[in-house]
Design a protein around this ligand. Structure first.
Ligand code: ADP
Length: 312
């Protein structure tokens, strides 16, 4: 195979011998059922359960982002169920702004989930480099997020963990919504589980007040995402988690005067305490923030690290 797919350089000397041998052995992964071999490339990132690697199908050089979950992390039935839920749910999704699920298999050591590779990582990485984005960029990304979210909600699925790190960006600067680890089928108000799963970033007041998570709670998170991209910091952030939760429940946040009036109006119409008073996804798209401002067709890749010059 090509030099870029050649095994990585030997492990650093401070690694233990067994660790060294293990990484060397795991350089090629084989799906026993199909006989296909995949060569492990660079580490893309680490998550709660998984490490995510670039992997190349040795038969056709196709590259994937592969979530590798050690069997040891899913030895308890409820842990395994969570991963199976994520796989089954993600498998059923097909939309141009949702990370494409390719296939999965397992061996003695790991479960492997093959996903569309998003080479520019996520909005979290872009946000780290840029701190704040311009209104046209925010409109560009939000429109794609809303398109994916409308698709999910129409299928009766809630994402429940919308955050910058779950908005992936591919080589072509297209946004893809991913990570369905906390996603669930929408239930009636009575059926809703009132527990808070994991530590989602942008929790809505009704979720904190144990009234359960509805489509409106995803919309709340979207408002927090918009705020963070435009202001450079999340709307509700204090040194103490309890204090943060108090601010969320009271919807206590400040809107910097540096934001355009239409951005301020849209954020405050989305960050409404009462879910029934919050804008819907269609109302957000019909808001003057979108209708009166220009949205670029495409963003230049340089905008991942530098403010772009965009002309309507
Ligand atoms: P978590 O949701 O716990 O943060 P994930 O297992 O979903 O973790 O992802 C871990 C990391 O792998 C992410 O932070 C991201 O950088 C990277 N990653 C996940 N999916 C992809 C993908 N499709 N393309 C590129 N990188 C990805």
């Amino acid at each position: 195979f090509k030099p870029s797919q050649a095994p990585q350089p030997p492990a650093k000397p401070n690694r233990s011998k067994s660790e060294h041998v293990k990484t060397e052995l795991a350089q090629v992964v084989v799906d026993a059922k199909t006989g296909r071999s995949y060569c492990k490339g660079k580490l893309l990132g680490k998550g709660g359960f998984a490490r995510c690697y670039e992997m190349t199908d040795l038969a056709n050089n196709k590259m994937y982002a592969v979530k590798v979950i050690p069997q040891s992390r899913v030895s308890k039935p409820h842990q395994r169920e969570k991963i199976i839920n994520e796989i089954e749910l993600h498998k059923s999704l097909q939309h141009k702004h949702v990370v494409k699920f390719s296939h999965h298999f397992e061996d003695q050591d790991n479960i492997y989930i093959f996903l569309e590779l998003c080479s520019r990582k996520s909005l979290a990485h872009i946000w780290k480099a840029r701190h704040t984005l311009t209104d046209p960029e925010v409109r560009y990304y939000l429109k794609q997020i809303i398109s994916a979210l409308k698709y999910l909600h129409n299928k009766g699925i809630l994402h429940r963990d919308l955050k910058l790190g779950n908005f992936f960006v591919n080589e072509n600067m297209d946004l893809r919504l991913g990570d369905f680890g906390l996603a669930a089928k929408l239930e009636t108000f009575e059926q809703r589980k009132k527990t808070i799963c994991g530590t989602p970033n942008y929790l809505a007041p009704e979720v904190l007040n144990r009234r359960g998570h509805g489509t409106e709670s995803d919309v709340w998170s979207l408002g927090c995402v918009m705020y963070t991209l435009l202001c450079g910091n999340p709307p509700f952030e204090t040194l103490d988690l309890k204090e943060t939760y108090k601010c969320i429940k009271e919807v206590r946040y400040s809107l910097p005067q540096s934001l355009t009036p239409s951005a301020q109006k849209l954020i405050s119409a989305v960050l409404q305490k009462d879910p029934s008073e919050r804008l819907t996804l269609d109302q957000i798209l019909a808001h003057e923030y979108f209708t009166k401002g220009f949205t670029p067709e495409k963003l230049p890749p340089s905008s991942c690290v530098m403010m772009p010059e965009l002309n309507p």
